[in-house]
Design a protein around this ligand. Sequence first.
Ligand code: MF3
Ligand code: CO
Length: 266
Amino acid sequence: MRAAGRSAAAVLDRLCAMVEPGISTWDIDEMGGEIMKDMGIKSACKGYRSGNRIFPSYTCLSVNEEIVHGIGIKDRILQEGDVISVDVCIREEGFVGDNCRTVAVGEVSPEVARLLRVTEESLYLGLVNALHKNRVGDISSAVQKHVEKEGFAVITNFVGHGVGRTLHEDPQIPNFGRAGTGVQLRKGMAICIEPMVNTKSSGVRMAKDGWTALAEDNLPSAHFEHTLLVDEGTPEIVTLPPGYHHATKFLKARLEQLSLNIDLDC
Ligand code: MF3
Ligand code: CO
């Protein structure tokens, strides 16, 4: 899980660095495929089956009102002021690493910047509740409370998940719910926490391509995700960005940038 997580994070970092006005989601996805090939790893998205549909891209690239599971498209050209969620899940030596970040294309409006910040913050607030003997609802409720306090809406149609030899395992990790309820977490469990947040309302509709989930309010949507291992203190984030080796160091640095105060149990 550590190796898979590290690789997933490295690919995500490279792809986020490519984001700029004028590039297409196809270009980003193709580069994702090439980087994975060079690293000797496989996409866990490409070929993913849902009923009789097969996901066609190496990565999920969701622009603006697209929430999740967007497909790389040649004429989807990024423009100044857009946001794009770059979701990378890979398989390495039989294990899956899954992570996502929403990044701004050039300069975005203050309200959109706030949406990205609050969604990322809600991920960390959920994450520090992923403690041995806590319950899934402790994560869910921490995410939901923060998002709603800031006036945004959590998606209920899609959820985080357990992860391991396959991408989606039990338990589900919803971004809404009550503290103290749900499955009990245990040290060593591998889970993905992934808040998906809409600007106004949580309604979702499906695009004609059968994959892309769209925000019903047609406003920008954000998505941040890490794969982590539950522990007695701060969980071990296996998808730390390159250059970071300890979850607490990363969280401290990032929380300071976001000016969010969370007590870290180191
Ligand atoms: N991070 C996404 C998820 O956990 C990755 C989906 S891959 C896809 O749902 F193939 F299902 F799109
Ligand atoms: Co996921």
